[in-house]
Design a binder for this molecule. Structure first.
Ligand code: SAM
Length: 484
């Protein structure tokens, strides 16, 4: 059987798989390949087993040699199958290695109602990670996907495309998708992903914005190599630039690739250094870039926790202790007190100005919240005008939760909490006046009129109702409870 020769570093060349991608797509379709079908076949914990190199549970569930079982063994478990089984499942010989295993892995991903199949290099557990390895979809990939606005646009750039997951998802809501990466193997994987999906993605090789010089996009998404580490061990993770410089550089340079009004969403790390204000550090990245910024901080990790998490991610085994000391020493030399992780969004303005909002978001957010990015900037525009003139509307997903205890007269409400079920899922306490005001916000009357009615009902001057209520309304708008 003809097979793909492994390249010298032990990694296959994905370009050799391109020609037979349509045959593999046909094999996947005819076997009923999907995220749901594989969960049913393998069990939802299959990936956890495989990450720990526990093959038995997956092998047991794929004993029937059906085409889907064969494809799961080859592309999910990464084990060899019989020549006859591979042929029966429609897998071309060009996709197989000499030992009957597959050259690469395939990962079905269902996200926000869209299903894609992502090709990537073999897993990391026993083999360790190769510097040029192209990983599959991980937690950070899904964090960015969740924060990406899905409004239909003309042109999208996915910078640092890796296995192509962001580009594939963007293809569903864009006319043109350009995907770039410094690692040529990642570019090849993204081209392969597009061929498997039967879609057009313009995959280009090169450093940061260099492959798209002079071009503009309506949406730029990037899960860059944001990890702050000494040296450049892994291309997918380490930029090779010092500290958090890669993120600073992207925030500074990306606006040139944004069309007016265009949006960029990226994952970033930034440093909190002794004697400096970490929040001001990330705010400072926007200086003079002509964009409004929104920084959604999700984590703040102590150096020791940060290093441990990333060393575990690459299964450093016996090297753990040495690398841990080197990395923590490196943080100490730079007086790093913590590393922040967040989603950073920006919108290019046309007047050269811009402001930055930073929020610490520790609560569980909705599974997809990208449209909140667009709504956030729209609300900021409204907040820059006279709030009293606007007919505000309570967002549809907001609910009022009340806790009451019984007293002699019946139920006595002790607390009232507003809760969003969409977006960033903010919650917060309110009182009777606030609840009544929000209930009246149905988009038909300006806030000025609502305050007048409230003041009349409470027997207080209108100016007092406005003075007390306006700051509260402002905060409710900032968090998205009220929308223009
Ligand atoms: C964290 S991975 C993200 C992969 C994929 N987009 C995702 O969301 O899962 C970062 C990617 O950026 C690429 N990369 C690293 N340095 C780069 C650079 N200077 N310019 C462009 N891409 C780079 C890596 O090769 C890698 O594929």
């Amino acid at each position: 059987m003809a097979s793909v020769p492994a390249v010298s570093a032990g990694l296959p060349d994905p370009t050799l798989l391109l020609a037979d991608a349509p045959r593999v797509r046909a094999a996947l379709d005819s076997a009923g390949w999907s995220a749901g079908a594989l969960d049913d076949l393998l069990g939802v914990t299959a990936r956890t087993h495989l990450d720990r190199d526990e093959l038995a549970p997956v092998l047991r569930r794929t004993r029937d040699r059906s085409p889907l079982a064969t494809l799961a063994r080859l592309f999910v478990a990464g084990v060899a199958v019989d020549d006859t089984d591979a042929r029966a499942a429609g897998v071309p010989a060009s996709w197989l290695l000499a030992d009957g295993s597959a050259a690469i892995r395939l990962q079905p991903v269902a996200h926000g109602g869209v299903e894609v199949t992502v090709p990537h290099d073999a897993g990391r557990a026993a083999a360790g990670v190769h510097p040029e390895q192209v990983l599959g979809v991980g937690a950070a990939s899904l964090t960015l996907a969740a924060a990406t606005p899905r409004r239909t646009v003309a042109r999208v750039l996915d910078l640092g495309t890796g296995c192509g997951i962001q580009a594939l998802l963007a293809e569903d809501h864009a006319d043109v998708v350009v995907a770039t990466d410094r690692n040529p193997r990642a570019v090849a994987f993204t081209a392969l992903a597009a061929a498997l999906a039967g879609v057009d993605i313009d995959a280009r090789s090169g450093d940061l914005l260099e492959p798209v010089a002079g071009e503009q996009f309506d949406l730029v998404i990037s899960n860059p190599p944001f990890v702050v580490s000494p040296g450049a061990r892994y291309t997918y993770r380490d930029s090779g630039l010092d500290g958090d410089e890669v993120c600073r550089r992207l925030v500074h340079d990306l606006p040139s690739a944004l069309a007016p009004g265009g949006i960029a969403v990226l994952l970033v790390n930034w440093l909190h250094i002794e004697g400096e204000d970490g929040d001001e550090r990330v705010r400072g990245w926007f200086a003079g870039n002509g964009c409004d910024g929104w920084v959604v901080q999700r984590e703040l990790a102590a150096p020791e926790d940060y290093v441990t998490a990333w060393l575990r991610d690459t299964d450093e085994g016996s090297r753990f202790d040495r690398l841990y000391d080197e990395w923590v020493d490196w943080f100490e030399q730079r007086r790093v007190e913590a590393v922040a992780f967040g989603v950073l969004a920006m919108r290019r303005r046309t007047d050269g100005s811009g402001s930055v909002v930073l929020e610490d978001v520790v609560q569980t957010v909705a599974a997809t919240w990208g449209d909140e990015v667009l709504d956030h900037f729209a609300r900021r525009d409204a907040l820059a005008t006279d709030l009293l003139d606007i007919c505000w509307r309570l967002r549809d997903d907001v609910r009022l939760h009340q806790v009451a205890s019984r007293d002699d007269d019946g139920w006595l409400v002790e607390s009232s909490v507003l809760q969003q079920s969409a977006g960033l899922r903010w919650s917060g306490g309110t009182d009777d006046h606030g609840a009544a005001l929000l209930a009246a916000c149905d988009g038909t009357m300006p806030l000025r009129t609502l305050f007048a009615l409230l003041a009349a009902g409470a027997g207080i001057p209108e100016s007092e109702a406005v003075g007390q209520g306006l700051p509260v309304v402002r905060r409710l708008v900032e968090q998205g409870f009220l929308v223009p």
